[in-house]
Design a binder for this molecule. Structure first.
Ligand code: UGA
Length: 432
């Protein structure tokens, strides 16, 4: 099939590349010519394991092109995917201006029947708006559909090529047939819904996963008080098929470009319909507070943090990505600086994206050891493999005071055996 994907962010780029890997002819379009130039040289503007190799392979085999020419791409395609950003407005609402702009340009570029598919996360009713905008700019026939994306950063290629399910929201037969044919090589589990339900499935899924995380984080906080171990509790709970084991890792709260934005947007969507989504508001509040769990521990150990050297391991919102959007590290480091601490930070790949936020105030180190060297405490904020592979006894030898606060529960009692670390984690009894 001949496809255009508009937007070369995480969703657009990964989807476009994976569709070409399936044998389709794909043109990826972006307004930012620097990004297109880079992609045309076979390099990718984001860090995503396995993606660069797939870009090079499919480009070389002639199935994948990158361009700034939206009109030319639309002319040559049957299906057009909109995968542009929908950042949050100050109110929490999704900003749809990039979507509206893309719809207008598609409308102006139409030269025959096309199916226009939204992959971006958009409020319920947006696909109808897109239909109206396109209609205002063309006399050609077309159909719209919503096919929300469920990929995770860091495992985006795997998630796209082996999805749990594909949701196709459309009420049109041609769109359903074309989109089913396109996605059939990926999974048997294709669920066709009306457009509004498809739009809602995306928000509801992310809100539910965020709820699971805030739930287990509150259980962790209670475990700390009653002397239980949240990892054992989560394992026991997750073994019930109705609950499931995923997204029950307690920690310092969720971050990233999706959960914080989508939970706020769903609260707004509900609010606009006069519905007070109390549960989701609490999920957001619990998440905000969970960031400070580790600071409370730090103060309990060190007292006043003024002039204390605190090492931070991990700035990305999760491992295997250089994305720092809404990373817990921002709030934790800001609070440490407010309290007068000296902060030294290290991340294997995300530091460059973080640096301009605390210019001069934070020392960014080139290695985990440099950050931890003679510090009064080390805080682990991201569960990078490099940290999991570093033995606690080595960490102890680097620190001035043996205080380790593990915000991601990466070490076991066995790992700590023989050390004299004051080890604090999330929702687990003191192990040392
Ligand atoms: C999330 C969803 O998982 C994807 O299905 C969705 O497509 C994507 O948002 C999106 O809407 O585009 P992502 O933000 O890449 O994907 O990352 P996740 O792996 O879901 O992690 C999100 C945050 O939750 C991270 O900060 C992670 O550390 C945290 N988390 C996750 C926990 O604290 N505990 C867990 O058990 C799981």
């Amino acid at each position: 099939m001949r496809l255009t994907v508009i937007g070369t962010g995480y969703v657009g780029l990964v989807s476009g590349v994976c569709f070409s890997e399936l044998g389709n002819d794909v043109v990826c379009v972006d307004k930012v010519s620097a990004k297109i130039d880079m992609l045309n040289k076979g390099r990718i503007p984001i860090f995503e394991p396995g993606l660069e190799e797939l870009v090079q392979k499919n480009k070389n085999e002639g199935r994948l092109r990158f361009t700034t020419d939206l009109t030319g791409a639309v002319h040559d395609s049957d299906i057009i995917f909109i995968a542009v950003g929908t950042p949050s407005l100050p109110s929490g609402e999704a900003n749809l201006s990039f979507i509206e702009q893309a719809a207008e340009e598609i409308g102006r570029s139409m030269n025959g029947f096309k199916v226009v598919v939204t992959k971006s996360t958009v409020p319920v009713g947006t696909n109808e708006k897109i239909r109206n905008i396109i209609q205002q700019h063309t006399t050609c026939l077309f159909e719209v559909a919503s096919v929300p994306e469920f990929l995770r950063e860091g495992t985006a290629v795997q998630d796209t090529l082996y999805p749990d399910r594909i949701i196709i929201g459309t009420s049109n037969d041609t769109a359903r047939k074309w989109l089913t044919k396109l996605h059939t090589p990926l999974t048997d589990n294709i669920i066709v819904t009306d457009i509004r339900s498809a739009e809602m499935i995306k928000y509801a899924s992310n809100a539910f996963l965020a709820t699971k995380i805030s739930f287990i984080n509150e259980i962790a906080n209670i475990c700390e008080k009653v002397g239980a171990d949240v990892t054992q509790v989560a394992f026991g709970m997750g073994s019930d098929k109705r609950i499931g084991p995923s997204f029950l890792n307690a920690g310092i709260g969720y971050g990233g470009s999706c959960f914080p934005k989508d939970t706020q947007a769903l609260i707004q969507i509900a609010g606009q319909m006069d519905y007070d989504f109390k549960l989701l508001k609490s999920v957001v509040e619990v998440n905000r507070d969970q960031r400070f769990n580790m600071l409370r521990k730090l103060e309990a150990i060190l007292g006043d943090l003024r002039s204390k050297t605190i090492a931070i391991w991990g700035l990305a919102f999760k491992p295997e990505t250089d994305d720092v959007r809404d990373a817990p590290a921002f709030e934790i480091i800001s609070a440490l600086l407010r309290k007068g601490a000296v902060v030294r930070a290290y991340d294997p790949i995300a530091a460059d994206n973080f640096k301009n936020h605390f210019q001069g105030a934070v020392e960014y180190c080139v290695s985990a050891q440099k950050a931890a060297w003679h510090a009064d405490a080390l805080c682990i904020l991201t569960e990078w493999k490099e940290f999991c592979d570093t033995s606690p006894s080595v960490i102890q030898s680097w620190l001035k005071q043996p205080n380790l606060i593990d915000g991601r529960n990466i070490y076991s009692e066995e790992d700590l055996a023989g050390t004299e670390l004051n080890y604090y984690s999330i929702g687990r009894p003191n192990m040392n």
